[in-house]
Design a protein around this ligand. Structure first.
Ligand code: 5AD
Ligand code: SF4
Length: 437
């Protein structure tokens, strides 16, 4: 079909990959991707439902895009991803001009659905889950030139009580090793040298008995693999074997994202996280003993139902004692259908939630900067990712520990190159340096 489409992506890295899959499917069916909304006949928003704020953002954005629909060129507006599965009906009632909603397992139906809309001018949706759908044969359309995300599994079976993911992305399914390796090889052949394997909980990867450490080892051995990362790990089933694979392979990044969510065992139990804080901290200790220069990041939720001031103090203590490189801190947002919405009262006030988040954000800023400053004076290998947003005579790159570095351009250095950079300064969450080689 000779129509143009524009796609906007919200939420996690998994959605970034899904948008690349959608783009590939649509291009394969003859549609043309445009990067200017004014040129688009079809606009698709690939959405996230993890917190209410994410939903509000999409509603606002689609409201703004409505003007383009009135202007005539834009003919179809559609919503993809997690919101259609979560509150699709409510969204449609609020944004009555939407013609299409498609959930994460039904992207193959998009070309036909769009053709149907052009024919009958009616609203269409496809929201079923499909336990077999891993898009194994679809080569994602890559928009980045230095890094690629490759999904190794979809969905989640953990049912953390606050989390909507198992309801909006369905049950966990692992992709075949062969299809993963083949995508990795293709991606490297395209000149992309940094690859991130993605799953909601990579530690539960299981393809015919092959588990994640074995998969990671196999991917690390692919010819031309320069830098390999993965996310996200879950502390309840993170194994020593996985850490040993990182130790053994120089091309696996020394960075680790391990959410702890809360410091209080009572809260962790109510969250159904499957570990105590002591067990979590023992895993951190094990990781640091085996890989002393590892950068560890985490996720934290404040204001979970029943979280007392004392519970919150335990979260503060974990942050202080563990000294994470970075922490993503979220205010609890009650999600429809989840166990916490059904069983607990969202009883921490909005103000108190805000205060708690503010407090740990300030704290983590200081802790993160102390960690970052430890790199000053070191010479480290950096992958050049892009021109710096602030100054076009500078590059932005990433260290082996996934830290952002800004440095002056020199002749003969290009995006995608690896250079040795001496770190001279640290500010906020950014390192500054100069190329030495
Ligand atoms: N409210 C707030 N934060 C949430 N997260 C997941 N669900 C919710 C929710 N209902 C956070 C968790 C998770 C990260 C991706 O988002 O910290 O690790
Ligand atoms: Fe959500 Fe827990 Fe699954 Fe992560 S592991 S996606 S927080 S249910």
């Amino acid at each position: 079909m000779n129509k143009t489409f524009y796609i906007e992506t919200y939420g996690c890295q998994m959605n970034t990959v899904d948008s690349e899959i959608v783009t590939s499917i649509l291009i394969g069916a003859g549609f043309k991707l445009v990067d200017d909304i004014k040129e688009a006949n079809i606009i698709l928003l690939n959405t996230c439902a993890i917190r209410e704020k994410a939903v509000e953002r999409v509603i606002n954005k689609m409201g703004q895009h409505k003007a383009f629909i009135r202007s005539g060129k834009l003919e179809i507006a559609g919503i993809l991803g997690c919101i259609p599965e979560h509150t699709g009906d409510e969204l449609k009632a609020k944004l009555d001009f939407i013609k299409l909603q498609v959930g994460p397992d039904k992207y193959r139906t998009l070309p036909q659905l769009i053709k149907n809309i052009y024919k009958d001018k009616k609203y269409h949706e496809e929201l079923d889950f499909d336990i077999e759908e891993n898009y194994e044969d679809v080569t994602p359309y890559r928009s980045e030139h230095t890094n690629a995300f490759i999904s190794v599994m979809r969905g989640c079976n953990n049912f953390c009580t606050y989390c909507v993911v198992p309801y909006v992305r369905g049950r966990e399914k692992s992709r075949s090793i062969d299809s993963i390796i083949s995508e990795v090889e293709k991606t490297i052949a395209q000149g992309i040298s940094e690859i991130t394997l993605l799953g909601q909980n990579v530690n539960s990867y299981d393809y015919n008995g092959i588990r994640f450490p074995e998969l990671l080892q196999k991917v690390a051995e692919v010819k031309g693999m320069k830098r390999l990362k993965f996310a996200t790990s879950h502390a309840k089933d993170l194994s020593e074997e996985l850490i040993d694979v990182i130790v053994k392979n120089n091309n696996i990044s020394n960075s680790f994202h391990l959410p702890f969510q809360a410091g209080s065992n009572e809260v962790l139990k109510n969250m159904n996280r499957g570990y105590t804080i002591e067990e979590y901290l023992a895993k951190i200790k094990m990781i640091r003993e085996k890989i002393p220069d590892i950068a560890i990041t985490t996720d934290v939720i404040v204001g979970f139902p029943g979280e007392t001031k004392e519970d919150f103090e335990e979260t503060v203590k974990v942050l202080k004692d563990t000294e994470f490189d970075n922490a993503f801190m979220f205010i609890y947002s009650e999600r429809k259908n989840t166990a916490s919405a059904k069983n607990f009262k969202d009883d921490v006030s909005k103000e108190e939630k805000g205060r708690r988040q503010q407090f740990i954000s300030e704290l983590q800023k200081k802790i993160g900067l102390v960690q970052l400053k430890k790199d000053i004076g070191k010479v480290t290998e950096v992958l050049i990712e892009s021109v710096s947003k602030k100054r076009d005579d500078q590059y932005k790159g990433r260290t082996e520990q996934n830290r952002i570095v800004i440095f002056d351009k020199i002749d003969d250095c290009n995006i995608g190159d690896y250079v040795k950079v001496k770190i001279i300064k640290a500010e906020g969450v950014t390192l500054f340096g100069e190329i030495v080689e």
